[in-house]
Design a protein around this ligand. Structure first.
Ligand code: C5P
Length: 249
């Protein structure tokens, strides 16, 4: 960890999804990417940035593909995934209730984002240490945005000014995040990320600009794209210095 290493950091990695949009039998976190499963890449990258952090990995209780040798962290927990992503993350927080302090930082990162750059992880962490609410990596929208009419035609063009793609990690203090997710689940609010649960409390998470290549592997073509991104990042010291070394050692 960097100069803020006094902060107690928990990493929560939801990895209990089936990834139906990939159209593969194997859940997407176990698809092979540059010689090893997506999940192993994601955990290695988080570990490279935060070697002293503690990890809670959300896995489907019936997961038959997971191999604990892919976890590089010394201290880690396995928690059972729930029906939706929010249930998986909330379950992880419930499991950590006895060991995490109210003001500890929790960073939640999708297992399906193996290309997150080291420099972005460090910058986000530094920003979270200074922020009362918390925040997320995000990238400004570049394309023109269309709203459909439900029948395959354009209803209108939305302004892209001020619009961002929400990425992960997203980080908040344990107590705040627990309250936000408890309330979101209790009120059956549809939340697809942690920030929207915090927003529902009337708070405004910080947008920390991140690289566009922090893609979420979702559709079949994303896997090849992630492979190209990882290859390009090997020569880029801001994304993953020493990553290849760690990978092959
Ligand atoms: O399906 P999607 O790509 O939006 O999922 C985002 C992340 O949430 C993935 O890392 C996935 O494994 C995780 N997830 C989960 N539990 C669920 C659904 C998704 O941990 N029930």
């Amino acid at each position: 960890m960097n100069e803020h290493s006094a902060e107690r950091l928990w990493l929560v990695v939801p990895a209990a999804g089936r990834g139906r949009r990939m159209g593969t039998e194997l859940p997407k976190q176990y698809l092979m990417l540059a010689g090893r499963p997506v999940l192993a890449h994601t955990l290695a990258r988080l570990h490279q940035a935060f070697p002293a952090a503690r990890l809670c990995l959300c896995l489907d209780p019936d997961d038959a593909h997971f191999d604990s040798s892919w976890v590089p962290f010394t201290q880690w927990w396995r928690s059972p995934g729930g029906a939706e992503r929010v249930d998986s993350v909330r379950q992880a927080l419930v499991m950590l209730a006895d060991v995490a302090e109210h003001d500890d930082l929790v960073m939640v990162h999708d297992v399906a984002r193996p290309c997150v750059a080291l420099a972005d992880l460090e910058r986000l962490f530094a920003a979270l240490c200074e922020d009362e609410v918390g925040g997320l990596l995000a990238a400004p929208v570049a394309d023109t945005m269309k709203r459909d009419d439900g029948q395959g035609r354009v209803a209108r063009t939305e302004t892209r000014r001020g619009l961002w793609h929400a990425q992960t990690p997203q980080g908040f203090r344990y107590g705040l995040l627990r309250r936000a997710l408890d309330e979101a689940v209790a009120s059956r609010l549809e939340v697809t990320d942690e920030a929207s649960a915090v927003e529902a409390l009337g708070l405004s998470p910080r947008l920390v600009p991140g690289r566009r290549d922090n893609i979420k592997i979702t559709h079949p073509e994303d896997l090849a794209l992630a492979g190209h991104i990882l290859a390009a990042q090997r020569d880029d010291p801001l994304s993953s210095p020493g990553y290849e070394h760690e990978e092959t050692s």
